[in-house]
Design a protein around this ligand. Structure first.
Ligand code: NA7
Length: 541
């Protein structure tokens, strides 16, 4: 006999937020405590943290400096939290986000262990219905994705992976209990920021480490170190000034880009400037001159300096040449920073395998076979990145008006207005979506701006007695052009294998996704749109 029990009524909210990382937590705080909305957060993980909840690989550390990798909306929160090191390590970021969640009593409105598998807009009801993996349905007037840009792991579809007799892991889905590398032959695939962070740490523990390098990469030393009490005090006293700098620079970091051209100085002066920037370390290296990202010849001078550093550090000339054989402008891909990455190749238990010239052919039960050799392995670590920016959104099966799938609307690449909203998907907001500065910016700065803009937008709608907002097609077309133009005014699209372009995922449209015009300019554009009463958006009852 069929089950006649009526399906339970969908739980209903003013707003649903998907994700409980930096963005979801702050969005919850703003909508619940500032606007008084009835809000629910749905989070796939069993705790807060978002990207940091999943990325627990050895050496996982943020490349933003710790005093800039936090919320700035609360002076008290900013002043009471003390980071221990120049760059925060994953466990410390988790402690910070848990502290924030507890301090503002956020966890009571978060459903953990709840993965969203579908979201559908109901035009007649003017609401979104979200379906979870467990089959529960929830509805809300507003749907806000806070799913991060780097949360869909990209595991290469290599033949034979299923037959591998050892264990394999992706860095973005790292086991919570950790991985014991002692006495093991480990293969690490990928030399982006993650592979570059993990290599020295795995090399210390493993019997042998083989790094499989497809695209060689620049890297600048991080020079991580414990923070001194004096520095901490300076940060506490300079909260307002730091916030002002972070909000006024293109990348949202707490340093300004030097207002000098590479060509303003002599070759000797330039060398001295690069040496000083190398000694200081970190992402700030690219701020040494204002034209590094717009003038290829200017960039070449930085590239040559960094390649020489690799040759100085790495003792075996053949290995050094392979590592320094970099084919793209410095910082055209996200520039990694490291702790002894290149020096790790001087260890007797570390080998570099060139999989650009001799690609990986298959995984065998015993290890990795390339066109040149077979490498016996016990563990494979895929530091192969993410289906970035659009991946986390598209995998949720979002359907807008008339059941139109977001995947269909974005078939040729992401199209939206201001990186925030998509025509045909009313009341859907995408925090740090494609078309916004997001990954080109220190993330908390980008996140705070988006969350506050969305909060103000919803507050204005309500104050005006309106119920829905979505952009016009014309505004989207214009914004897509602006995003494209901003990218092409820089050297960034020249790195043809960059994940900014979607090039790391086979079949993904090659579209430069983040807005490269700078965070400060982007903020001004968003503020102008809000101040002018939201031109480019349709607001209705
Ligand atoms: P990235 O930067 O996308 O790096 C992934 C690396 O993996 C990169 O070197 C890729 O080479 C390599 N890769 C990917 N697929 C393969 C296959 N099939 N074979 C060999 N090598 C492969 O990801 P990360 O996790 O390092 O960093 C992501 C961001 O997190 C980072 O930029 C920061 O913002 C934080 P490729 O370059 O595609 O040739």
């Amino acid at each position: 006999m069929p089950d006649m029990t009526p399906a339970p009524a969908a739980r209903s909210f003013d707003a649903l937020i998907i994700g409980a990382g930096f963005s979801g937590l702050y969005q919850l705080l703003c909508l619940r405590d500032r606007l008084g909305l009835n809000v629910q957060v749905l989070e796939a993980g069993d705790g807060v943290g978002g990207t940091w909840y999943w990325n627990r690989y050895p050496g996982a550390r943020c490349d933003s400096e710790s005093h800039s990798y936090n919320y700035t909306f609360s002076k008290e929160l900013f002043e009471e939290w003390e980071w221990s090191e120049r760059y925060p390590e994953q466990p410390e970021i988790m402690r910070y986000l848990n502290h924030v969640a507890d301090r503002f009593d956020l966890k009571r409105d978060i459903c953990f262990g709840t993965r969203v598998v579908a979201a559908r807009h109901d035009e007649a009801a003017g609401s979104w219905t979200v379906t979870t993996e467990a089959g529960e349905k929830l509805t809300a007037q507003f749907l806000i994705t806070a799913v991060g840009c780097l949360s869909t792991a990209n595991v290469p579809a290599l033949p034979g992976l299923g037959d591998f007799a050892g264990r394999w892991y992706h860095t973005g889905q790292w086991p919570h209990e950790g991985v014991d590398f002692r006495g093991k032959r480990v293969g690490l695939v990928g030399t982006g920021s993650t592979g570059i962070q993990a290599t020295p740490v795995i090399a210390e523990a493993a019997a042998h480490l083989t790094v499989f390098q497809r695209t060689p990469n620049y890297s600048v030393p991080a020079h991580n170190a414990p923070l001194t009490p004096e520095f901490r005090q300076w940060v506490r006293h300079n909260h307002a000034e730091l916030r002002r700098i972070m909000q006024s620079t293109p990348n949202g970091h707490p340093f300004v880009i030097e207002d000098r051209s590479v060509w303003d100085v002599t070759a000797e002066q330039r060398q001295a400037i690069y040496e000083a920037a190398w000694a200081k370390g970190g992402l700030q290296f690219r701020a040494a001159f204002r034209d590094l990202l717009v003038d290829k010849e200017a960039n070449d001078t930085a590239a040559a300096f960094l390649k020489d550093k690799i040759r100085e550090i790495v003792k075996d000339p053949a290995t050094a040449e392979l590592l320094a054989d970099i084919d793209h402008p410095y910082a055209a891909k996200r520039p990694p920073i490291d702790s002894d990455y290149f020096a790790t190749f001087n260890r007797p238990n570390v080998t570099l395998a060139d999989v650009r010239r001799a690609p990986i052919e298959r995984i065998t039960p015993a290890g990795i076979r390339t066109a040149a050799a077979e490498y016996p392995l016990d563990i494979i670590v895929f530091a192969t990145g993410f289906d970035a920016m659009t991946g986390p959104l598209l995998r949720m099966n979002i359907e807008g008006r008339d059941g139109r799938a977001l995947a269909e609307a974005w078939e040729a690449g992401p199209r939206n207005y201001l990186g925030l909203q998509v025509a045909g998907f009313p009341n859907l907001f995408t925090i740090t979506g494609p078309g916004s500065p997001s990954v080109l910016c220190n993330m908390p700065v980008a996140i705070e701006q988006h969350v506050e803009w969305i909060t103000d937008c919803i507050a204005r709608l309500r104050a005006d007695g309106l119920a829905r907002i979505e952009p016009t097609e014309a505004a989207m077309d214009d914004w897509v052009t602006q995003v494209n133009d901003a990218a092409h005014a820089t050297l960034l699209p020249q790195a043809h294998h960059s994940w900014y372009l979607g090039a790391n995922v086979p079949g993904k449209p090659r579209v430069f996704m983040p807005y490269a015009g700078g965070m400060a300019r982007y903020r001004a554009i968003c503020d102008e749109v809000a101040a002018a009463g939201y031109p480019g958006f349709m607001r209705g009852a």
